[in-house]
Write a protein that binds this ligand. Sequence first.
Ligand code: PLP
Length: 355
Amino acid sequence: MSYSINITKVEKSGVDQLDFDNIPLGTTFTDHMFVCDYENGVWVNPRIEPLRPVPTHPAAMALHYGQAIFEGMKAYKDPEGTPMLFRPEQNAARMNKSADRMGMPLFPEELFVEGLRELVSIERNWIPPQQGSALYLRPFMYADEPFIGMRAATHFKFIIMASPAGPFFSKPIKLWAENFFIRAAQGGTGEAKAAGNYAAAIRPTELAKSKGYDQVLWLDADEHMFIQEVGTMNIFFKINGEFITPELDGSVLHGITRASVIELLRDMGYKVTERKITILEIREASKNGELEEAFGTGTAVGIAYIQEIGMEGDTIHVSTENPVGVKVNDTLNAIKTGLIEDKFGWMRKVQNELA
Ligand SMILES: Cc1ncc(COP(=O)(O)O)c(C=O)c1O
């Protein structure tokens, strides 16, 4: 199905003012945004318009009851300069899983991908040419109905914004295995990319940072024993030649990088097991010299190597050599930028020539 997206362009692009060698993190936005409204039970008026503040009623339900979800992904350029999206259908499907959990309307997945394509096509000049840089895309949905009272909203906005992002240099990180605060419990919202999950993580992350760590390693809600994930990443361990990543038990975000890394590792001939894994098992493996690699996976960073995990009363040391992690990272980046064949069929070229 093809949707009709109404397009209003800015008179003059702001891209000339951007120093692509010095892109401030998260504060630069492109000229346009994709917007769609949900009213009377249907999504209406999909459009691309100049990016500007959106008027918000003080009673907008997202501000009070938190019906707000988002996605995160990146657009890259291949060597010919054609913009490419990495597995956008997966983000569309995950957005709808989040919407379903949070009592929000599903967004048509074809329109999600088409909106992304049109926006990226129009903003193609904002995709940084430097290796490792990309155009970050932020689809999100929130309840903008003004109403005081606890029920599902009936009016929502779906928006996609874009923000150029400079190269990310993966410096090894230190994690704090959090043994009091939790991110997600069985039956909760951990699997959804709900804004509230991130709000609840802010204070524990600040506390971990004050102790000298970069991110929180989240443990299960009942025993503070089973590893879930990290800040905005899933996690992998290599123990005795085998990769282990926590299973998707309802409390872990279904990372698209995670799924891709599992495929890549298996394709490279490694055994990858998705199962429950405790922090004590990791500590034991480290003490026995069997913990060979550990890394986080996510859209923002690709692969982030883990050098240390602090836990109550102990420190787990991880090898600073990450031969397989580096290989996976390089392969993933080469696929995303069209430098090697995309044999998994992950990339979607943006060939619309509306710009
Ligand atoms: C909580 C959480 N876990 C994992 C991830 C990694 O997911 P992806 O690989 O789809 O970026 C993210 C980032 O979206 C996240 O916010």
